[in-house]
Design a protein around this ligand. Sequence first.
Ligand code: XLS
Ligand code: NI
Ligand code: NI
Length: 438
Amino acid sequence: MKQFFSDIPTVKYEGKDTKNPFAFRYYDADKVILGKKMSEHLPFAMAWWHNLCAAGTDMFGRDTADKRFGTEKGTMEHAKAKVDAGFEFMQKLGIKYFCFHDVDIVPEADDINETNRRLDEITDYMLEKMKDTDIKCLWGTANMFSNPRYMNGAGSTNSVDVYCFAAAQIKKALDLTVKLGGRGYVFWGGREGYETLLNTDIKFEQENIANLMRMAVEYGRSIGFTGDFYIEPKPKEPMKHQYDFDAATAIGFLRQYGLDKDFKMNIEANHATLAGHTFNHELRISAINGMLGSIDANQGDCMLGWDTDEFPYDVYESTMCMYEVLKAGGLTGGFNFDAKNRRPSNTYEDMFHAYILGMDTFALGLIKAAELIEQGQLDSFIQKRYESFGSELGQRIRNGKTTLTELAEHAEKMGSCPAVSSGRQEYLESIVNRTLFN
Ligand code: XLS
Ligand code: NI
Ligand code: NI
């Protein structure tokens, strides 16, 4: 078997003082934190598209990285070389999962029947590889945004024929996800949105999307898919308005169309910030609705208004993320690095540096979030903050056992304004800083 990364050693935990650039400083797979191994808290996944396909092309320039893996792009030989490279990469890093779109794993043919044949061939090859390793599929999805047929949307298209192509791609991607034992199936609705209301019937489009999702659930369950379906919310880009704006919007949509039992959220950090939210806000909204499923682990740039998909290095953010994940009792999915090297980081070594950075960032976030939870200062502050609702009257408000008239009488009896307590935000922020930098 050809080795693509023979110069790079297997990456191991060496602790924070190591000088070895190809070692983990914080990610210690077997270390137990709050009763669970780090590797169980953090099921990391490699994103096929960014790691094995994207080579640095942007709006102004072509590829900077060589991702041919010794073959010619657009061939099945290249598709297989990517499988070989991907498995070698994951094994060197101890990554146990991957995520893929249909067209990440084979070149799309003009005829969908030929594309499907290629997909069968490559997934046979992937299955062979999986047998010899403990690497599994985290989730699969269909790319329903790159091909020009989706310029007016996939589930939201105005064309019945395009809608059928979307259905066919989802059906095949579900077959492949089941074949590869995937834990989840993602809908990221990149083109499910609109540019102008002058040509758009939103209600019509949303009903069609919901029907497509309902058919996906029916088909998935009929072929033995027992995992979660996910919506990955994102407010904009590529479309100006995207229907799955944020977690709250997506959850409302799922409930409206009776899809909430089968779906959860796949929350991407960079999408949260594009929606004007923090990453932890989106995680909390998902968790309190019982829909925190999986995470696309990346990071945006506050000075750029698009999905820059950077590898996460901000430990404050990863700590706040892991705080939410721990509080929610973990994920049913995992942490998919939907992230790409910056364009000038164009060598194989950079692919490894990026994953080491991302994995260590989340490992350190996990360690720090566990410390915050064990200290319990944030929890006890919040508990105290709401303690007035512990009174007899407070309990009746909580249980919906009172009336506006009764509450108004209570206020009138008091007459003057009651005292209110400080939110102590800066004090709480200093607790987080002390935990991070002690
Ligand atoms: C794009 C999305 C995409 C999904 C999978 O912004 O993040 O990569 O994760 O289709
Ligand atoms: Ni994503
Ligand atoms: Ni994204």
